[in-house]
Design a binder for this molecule. Sequence first.
Ligand code: GAR
Length: 217
Amino acid sequence: MSGMTTVASLISPTVPVSVTLDRPLKLGVMASGSGSNFEAIAQAIADRQLNAQVQVLLYNNPGAKAAARADRWGIPSVLLNHREFASREALDAAIVATLQQHEVEWVIMAGWMRIVTPVLINAFHRRILNIHPSLLPSFKGNRAVEQALAAGVKITGCTVHLVVPEVDSGDIIIQAAVPVLFGDTLETLHDRIHTQEHRIFPYAIALAAQAQQHSKS
Ligand code: GAR
């Protein structure tokens, strides 16, 4: 049968829907590792697909590749190593202070691997977005891609959602679905999910901000 090897992807709502923002968004991005989602956001801004500016990148692991990406984009980066804080709340208080210093309006958790507390969530009420590598509410928490493989599901994907105190549970902004293919490994499946994450995250930021700007007007 022809077309057997085509990997289709489905995004809901379908991209592109035109998103108009009153003014550029001031973003603070938080990342723990590679930062490929951070890079996709920076690229979407450079390509004028997202009317925004990244004010600062926060990262918690020394040596995170995300920091090198920030340097290449000329974006300031700040290391807040969670190992040096007495509690999650103390770390989050430092995060809030740093974000406020950089005049951040929207907080973008792009591969941030720490649970956040009401200290951060209340300071940026309904203005924190997270990306998660599953179709929530399936496979919350750590190792979501591994969980999907182990469960034997045939479709999985990624979700951008608002952050609330309960992990991976806030309002869903946008999702993309990908197939799980015969012979997939953790790496091949995560690569396929990453490709969709990079497409939906900039769009989700614009959608969420637009919804909020319109609800105020
Ligand atoms: C992404 O797949 C993201 O969905 C996931 O970490 C990866 C970060 O990739 N986040 C979580 O699992 C959060 N629970 P990146 O550093 O290349 O953007």
